[in-house]
Design a protein around this ligand. Sequence first.
Ligand code: BGC
Length: 285
Amino acid sequence: MSGLRGKQRMHTWHLKTGNKMAILGIDIGGSGVKGAPVDTAAGELLAERHRVPTPQPSDVTSVVEAVAEVAAQFDGGFDRVGITFPGVVVDGVTRSAANVDKSWLDAPAARLFSDRLGKPVSVLNDADAAGVAEVAYGAGRDQSGLIMMLTFGTGIGSALFLDGTLIPNTEFGHLELDGHDAESKAADRAREQEDLSWEKWAHRVRNYLAHVEMLLSPRLFIIGGGVSKKADRWLPLIDIRTPMVPATLLNNAGIIGAARIAEIDGRAPDRDGVAPHEAGERVAG
Ligand code: BGC
């Protein structure tokens, strides 16, 4: 995209937000860093998203630069930024790095991004962000009780919600099942790497979901990640009691959920030094 087209687009989406707070959502994934301004009332992108490849290795300095490159396409025309990260994030500090460079362990991510972008930044786990988007605008909208989002991709991400409130940083992808880290057997990456048939892979996912169901008894599983686009191939093979639905926001859920969290953090005061999205602020509409 040329700079001029970017500026024109920025102008258009800024008009659409009127005088409301403008928010940029950025999703750091295994292969791409993607971002776009978001209409947090509708849960929709306000402009075509911009993507750059995730740097390899995905060390802190390189990823911060990739995020800055994405943000630069939208010309600073935003007040706050929400950013997803594929690991645990407490108080803006990244605490785990299962599928990214180990330099992220204990990195002050929110501060680093905020210093580089010159705006307030909220950072949260990628599955939490995707779940926030689904609960606020998608498959989990208007659902009460305990809802669980699971994303099947490079790893397995989890997000838990009680009555529209996020219980942050659950890591149910790393449950131990039959002596293995569950995501090493049941993530979509395992299906690809072991060249599993849909039936074989679905059998593993079924055992995994049955175990999570036994532990938590959620009212609904929302299934996200790339495999949710092919839900008809494998979802009918999963015979558990809990209802399951594929995610509806697909590729944009991370961007939209991150922006929603940045909005919430910008609106409500910290509670005893804890950001609102980690302190039980409602994320559903
Ligand atoms: C990480 C989670 C992440 C998930 C999906 C797991 O390996 O531990 O934090 O949400 O992958 O990216």
